[in-house]
Design a protein around this ligand. Structure first.
Ligand code: ATP
Length: 336
């Protein structure tokens, strides 16, 4: 099966080709970089509008070049796209492009939940059977585990996503977007100062810690110390709930998803926790962690093979599309 995937929930205008007969995933991404501040939904949608046709054209050229059949044959079996969650104006642009492409190529359309794709790419690259997934991305933060035909949300942020929380602090400090890598670099020279740590059962919150971090910075605490402490607390919280999710489900496999998963300190903490409990830990390579169409194409291929395609009238995008709304059609049910 060969699927062309299109991703466009926020900043990444991305297209990919995945061939389930090989391990090859071709990804072409054009990133939106805000001139100032964070992601502006209207500007991000304009970027999608300008960049999606080009990345799709490059993915199609790759598909044609690597296609074995006769040249007049369509080089992919389906078009998959990120149906949500994400910024409405971006999603609508990408949805329109995906519908047009599936009609032009005369192949089925597959609607992929972006958060489930973050999980499934980790399952795909690790070979794990039924892992718990920590999705640590820009606009989201949650723990997922499979049970009876759905990915259940075991715990989640009660306010902002983890990357967005970090980016809010760096905006306050005057650093350019995205803030995560800058906090990671500054944290290397920092020492611990007290910041809030908020975990309630399986849920957690970042708003108090972000306000306290801004206050510390305004009060003259060295920015390196604030960055270091932010990472220790935020990633400590995510590690604590990940451990609780492993314990609750009895799973001994953890995968990481999302752009914040590129952070070495987060990976180190999760790895240490997993080692201590005899669990296996897997973080996909960075190109599969940050938003990318590769994960849309990989899950799109599994869905296509399961016959999980979309009629045009069901292809509306959903900015609030939750992972537990998705009937998991592509994997055999686990024994209880
Ligand atoms: P979502 O998947 O929820 O739609 P998103 O579209 O915002 O999220 P991602 O690509 O998953 O995008 O993640 C982007 C976020 O990752 C940004 O907030 C950025 O600051 C953060 N990030 C990137 N690199 C690092 C890093 N090294 N450390 C911490 N955070 C990072």
């Amino acid at each position: 099966t060969r699927v062309l995937g299109i991703e466009g929930t926020a900043w990444a205008a991305s297209a990919a080709v995945f061939d389930s007969g090989t391990t090859d995933v071709f990804i072409e991404t054009d990133a939106y970089q805000p001139e100032s501040g964070g992601i502006h939904p209207r500007e991000a949608a304009e970027h999608m509008h300008d960049a999606v046709p080009q990345v799709v054209e490059q993915a199609l050229a790759h598909a044609r070049k690597t296609h074995d059949g006769p040249p007049e044959e369509t080089p992919v079996d389906a078009v998959a796209f990120s149906q949500g969650p994400g910024l409405g104006p971006c999603l609508r642009t990408v949805g329109t492009a995906a519908r047009a492409l599936s009609q032009a190529l005369d192949v089925p359309l597959v609607g992929v939940n972006h958060m489930v794709a973050h999980l499934e790419i980790g399952r795909h690259t690790s070979g794990f059977d039924s892992p718990v997934c920590l999705n640590a991305s820009g606009a989201n933060a949650h723990l997922l585990a499979y049970r009876n035909g759905r990915y259940r949300v075991l715990g989640e942020t009660m306010d902002t996503g983890v990357g967005n929380a970090i980016d809010k602090f760096t905006r306050h400090v005057g650093w350019s977007h995205p803030g995560g890598p800058k906090v990671e670099a500054a944290a290397k020279d920092g020492e611990y100062v007290a910041l809030p740590y908020v975990v309630k059962g399986m849920d957690f919150s970042f708003s108090g810690i972000m306000s306290a971090a801004k206050q510390q910075y305004d009060d003259g605490t060295p920015v390196e110390d604030v960055c270091y402490s932010l990472q220790e607390n935020i990633f400590g919280m995510l590690t604590e709930v990940s451990e609780r999710a492993l314990s609750l489900t009895g799973s001994d496999e953890l995968v990481l998803g999302g752009g914040v998963g590129q952070n070495a300190r987060l990976r180190e903490m999760l790895e240490a926790m997993c080692t201590q409990r005899g669990a296996a830990f897997h973080a996909p390579e960075p190109r599969f962690l940050r938003d990318n169409a590769g994960m849309i194409a990989v899950l799109g291929a599994k869905m296509y093979e399961a016959g999980d395609t979309l009629a045009l009238e069901d292809s509306r995008v959903d900015p609030d599309f939750r992972p537990d709304q998705v009937p998991v059609t592509w994997r055999a049910d686990e024994p209880d």
